[in-house]
Design a protein around this ligand. Structure first.
Ligand SMILES: [Zn+2]
Length: 83
């Protein structure tokens, strides 16, 4: 039994880091939405995969208005294409 518990505690940190990688796709952030008139939680979605990087769009979670975008040069899709 003692051996089993140390086995699981060794697995623990690895499982945790895998979950963190998934969590990266939900960047918790707020941007100002002109329609709502306040800073709102935004949804990040992949818009385009360009030669210079992954283009992401941020949309207001309340009304869906695009409130910003971002070019991610270290994005996972960009890295795949660059190969
Ligand atoms: Zn809004």
């Amino acid at each position: 039994m003692k051996d089993m518990s140390s086995y699981f505690s060794n697995l623990g940190p690895r499982g945790g880091s895998n979950r963190q990688a998934d969590f990266d796709e939900f960047e918790a952030m707020e941007l100002y939405c002109p329609k709502c008139g306040q800073a709102v939680a935004v949804r990040k979605s992949l818009l385009l995969i360009l030669p210079e990087g992954d283009k992401y769009e941020y949309r207001c979670q309340n009304c869906g208005t695009p409130v910003g975008d971002k070019l991610d040069k270290s994005g996972q899709f960009y890295t795949l294409i660059k190969r």
